[in-house]
Design a protein around this ligand. Structure first.
Ligand code: GTR
Length: 327
């Protein structure tokens, strides 16, 4: 039975847990969340970060991972991290664009030449500057810990989408950001904004005809069991970020903050290695499961999305030039 006393005691324990240094000896368990399942590169990198954190603090701080959308979709994860109900969230820059507009520069179609170009940009001054802006933005209420890789997004459905005309009349799920809906419309389809947590069912029941994502997601979320044709449109290369609740962060000691920063850097590098391995395996597994990979006319999709870069890219003109010049 929960008496008033035990209720108060457990509330106090939670407070001690999340304010950190005020109760130096109490054990702290930080909640981390990801939409992907155990074994996915982003999930594994954060779990390994948790193990190192536990070792470095002699068990004082650990991380409990809530994978597979247990805490909701990315919009919900962002909100929970903002209020301190969750400490670490790994989210796509796609989902963060509506929170911090600066990030939308990476959400433009074909903004990067390829994944190597994207890595060069996030590893350099542009990447660091954007992370700093998100942390500094009063709207974010998040401290960004680092970048993660998410490959290239391509369209999947039950028929090929090799050129804009193929997408005519097709409802394609996009992440919840007007920029993406308009991008899909410019690509020839009908973009439908929808939370990631609703997508599998929507594909299965035909509420949408298809979606777009990287091969690891197509595999890990089982979307390949209902969408069998993967057209290599390559329209978006969107990195991801992992963030820490500013509310919790502000209560940490300087030493703990420095430790988290150091381990985050390691997690970022580890995720990249895990990503490369997992992506290769995902392609092999998808093909073995009967998914057809088809080449698409990227030049035609590039041309059809020019109005999106013109409309949304104008305010980032100087930055876009620097991105383009990054070699
Ligand atoms: C994945 C990404 C997720 C989520 C998802 C989506 O590639 O890893 O964080 O953003 O795409 O399409 O919603």
């Amino acid at each position: 039975m929960i008496t008033r006393r035990t209720f108060l005691a457990s509330t106090a324990a939670t407070t001690a847990t999340f304010t950190g240094h005020a109760f130096a000896q109490s054990k702290v368990v930080w909640k981390a969340s990801d939409v992907h399942p155990l074994g996915y590169p982003t999930v594994e990198a954060i779990q390994n970060m948790g193990k190192k954190l536990e070792a470095a603090t002699n068990g004082r701080i650990s991380i409990q991972m809530f994978p597979s959308m247990q805490l909701g979709g990315e919009k919900e994860m962002i909100e929970q991290a903002q209020v301190g109900a969750l400490q670490i969230a790994r989210i796509s820059v796609g989902a963060m664009g509506p929170v911090v507009d600066d990030l939308n520069v990476f959400n433009l179609p074909f903004v990067f030449r390829d994944e190597a170009h994207m890595r060069k940009v996030i590893d350099g001054p542009i990447g660091q500057d954007l992370l700093d802006r998100v942390t500094a933005s009063p709207a974010s209420r998040l401290v960004v810990l680092g970048w993660m890789d998410a490959g290239t997004r391509n369209v999947y459905a039950n028929k090929p989408a090799t050129k804009p005309a193929d997408l005519k009349g097709m409802k394609i799920r996009m992440m919840g950001n007007p920029l993406f809906v308009e991008t899909m419309n410019a690509m020839g389809g009908n973009g439908v904004a929808m939370g990631f947590n609703e997508l599998f069912q929507a594909l299965q029941t035909g509420v949408v005809d298809g979606a777009e994502n990287n091969p690891p997601t197509l595999l890990a979320q089982n979307h390949y069991t209902v969408s069998k044709v993967y057209s290599l449109t390559g329209h978006l290369i969107i990195p991801e970020i992992f963030v820490f609740s500013k509310r919790t962060w502000d209560g940490l000691s300087k030493e703990d903050q420095a430790l988290v920063r150091k381990l985050s850097r390691e997690a970022q590098m580890e995720q990249r290695a895990l990503w490369d391995k997992y992506s290769g395996e995902a392609e092999t597994k998808l093909k073995a499961a009967g998914v057809k990979f088809v080449e698409a006319d990227k030049k035609a999709f590039y041309a059809s999305t020019q109005p999106i870069r013109d409309k949304y890219g104008a305010k980032y003109a100087a930055l876009l030039k620097r991105i383009e010049e990054t070699r």
